[in-house]
Design a protein around this ligand. Structure first.
Ligand SMILES: Cc1cc2nc3c(=O)[nH]c(=O)nc-3n(C[C@H](O)[C@H](O)[C@H](O)COP(=O)(O)OP(=O)(O)OC[C@H]3O[C@@H](n4cnc5c(N)ncnc54)[C@H](O)[C@@H]3O)c2cc1C
Ligand code: SF4
Length: 339
């Protein structure tokens, strides 16, 4: 009989893992709590660094994992350790016995309304990076007025690198996402002035620096180093942003038609809940704790339980896909007794 492997989470990590497991002759089962596959990427439009349409990636992943057993709208009700396997009870009443579980429950976007000073949920023209991606996808957001786009701002590090937000970690993807989105907005609104308010620019990935150079040289996007000190709204409904330009050493005040908050990646509470069922440890950054963060990032401390993707920390798409393949190889090695 083919070995059954349960994948919890049908985002890109779960889909890529299922696709690789199928190629190796296993029977993956994907348990996805929402009504669709693809996780966060299903809401994104174009992916850095190559501006690949997110839908192209998703279609390929969904096609290559279609022979997996997929349960949508399904949660994990309980998980129990048996002698050398696990009994997983699903919310649809199905019980599965398996020796291998791959957790791919991903991340949650920081709730920008918790940073009250930025006015998300209070001022109409304040949106998040995820809202903007969604708008790029479907053009449907009452807060974005196409006819009035003279000035746009981006605030970096919203809910990341911030002790008050209880997250001192860098979310890794939001500097490059801000630059990508700023370029995309400038392409749509060539006359608009665009400002990125940042503390540090962290552009660690392949070709990320090219985006930064292009944003300045070809699109004239303004990068202002300094924390935003105040966001308010004027009588015409425009957003007023005050900040300290720490490089020029002077205060700055701009009037904007749209302010985009770069919400960070934080641990998905569903990951924590799922981990709690098996007494799996949580790391100091709030994400699931791998056996170690150098050599065994896709292994949990419990035999037969593995991780892939953003459930262990902020990851890009290529990093997530690479981890999914790596976790599959670890499971395969264990099954054939080569580990
Ligand atoms: C605004 C923004 C833009 C981005 N743009 C890019 C980009 O252009 N290029 C790039 O490389 N990266 C980008 N990223 C990063 C990218 O989104 C992540 O790398 C990717 O989403 C990680 O995939 P994942 O499968 O690990 O997690 P997720 O996408 O979070 O998917 C997890 C899945 O698990 C499900 N799930 C969660 N808990 C449970 C549970 N208990 N039971 C069952 N199912 C569960 C969820 O419903 C979801 O479907 C961006 C990130 C942000 C925040
Ligand atoms: S990637 Fe940039 S915006 Fe995101 S937390 Fe790190 S420094 Fe801040």
């Amino acid at each position: 009989m083919k070995e059954i492997i349960v994948i919890i989470g049908g985002g890109i990590a779960g889909l890529e893992a299922a696709s690789q497991l199928l190629k190796l002759g296993y029977s993956p089962i994907i348990v996805e709590k929402s009504d669709h596959l693809g996780g966060h990427v299903s809401r994104w439009n174009k992916l850095f660094p190559d501006m690949t349409p997110a839908q192209d990636l998703l279609s390929e992943l969904i096609m290559s994992s279609k022979d997996a057993n997929i349960f949508l709208n399904t949660a994990i009700s309980s998980m129990n350790r048996l002698k050398d396997s696990y009994n997983i009870m699903l919310s649809n009443g199905i019980s599965i016995i398996t020796k291998y579980i791959l957790i791919t429950t991903g991340f949650r976007l920081f709730d920008a309304s918790k940073k009250e000073e930025y006015g998300y949920g209070v001022y109409d023209q304040v949106i998040t990076n995820a809202d903007l991606e969604h708008w790029f996808n479907n053009g449907n957001d009452g807060r974005i007025d196409n006819s009035q786009m003279n000035a746009i701002g981006f605030v970096h590090c919203v809910g990341s690198r911030d002790e008050k937000a209880r997250n001192t970690q860098c979310s890794k993807v939001c500097c490059i996402t801000a630059i990508k989105q700023a370029i995309e907005l400038k392409e749509r609104f060539p006359d608009a002035q665009i400002y990125c308010f940042y503390m540090d620019l962290r552009l660690f990935g392949k070709k990320f620096e090219d985006f930064y150079i292009k944003a300045q040289k070809d699109f004239g996007i303004h990068f202002i180093r300094g924390r935003v000190s105040e966001v308010s709204e004027n009588i015409e409904g425009k957003v007023i942003v005050k900040a300290e330009d720490t490089l020029a050493g002077k205060p700055i005040k701009v009037t904007l038609d749209l302010l985009v908050l770069m919400s960070g990646m934080v641990c998905n509470p569903d990951s924590t809940r799922t981990a709690g069922m098996m007494a799996l440890p949580i790391d100091s950054d709030g994400f699931l704790k791998s056996s170690d963060n150098v050599f065994h990032i896709t292994s949990s401390p419990k035999q037969g339980i593995y991780y892939a993707g953003a459930c262990t920390g902020p990851k890009t798409v290529p990093e997530t896909l690479a981890e999914a393949r790596s976790a599959v190889l670890e499971i395969h090695s264990h099954i054939i007794g080569k580990e």
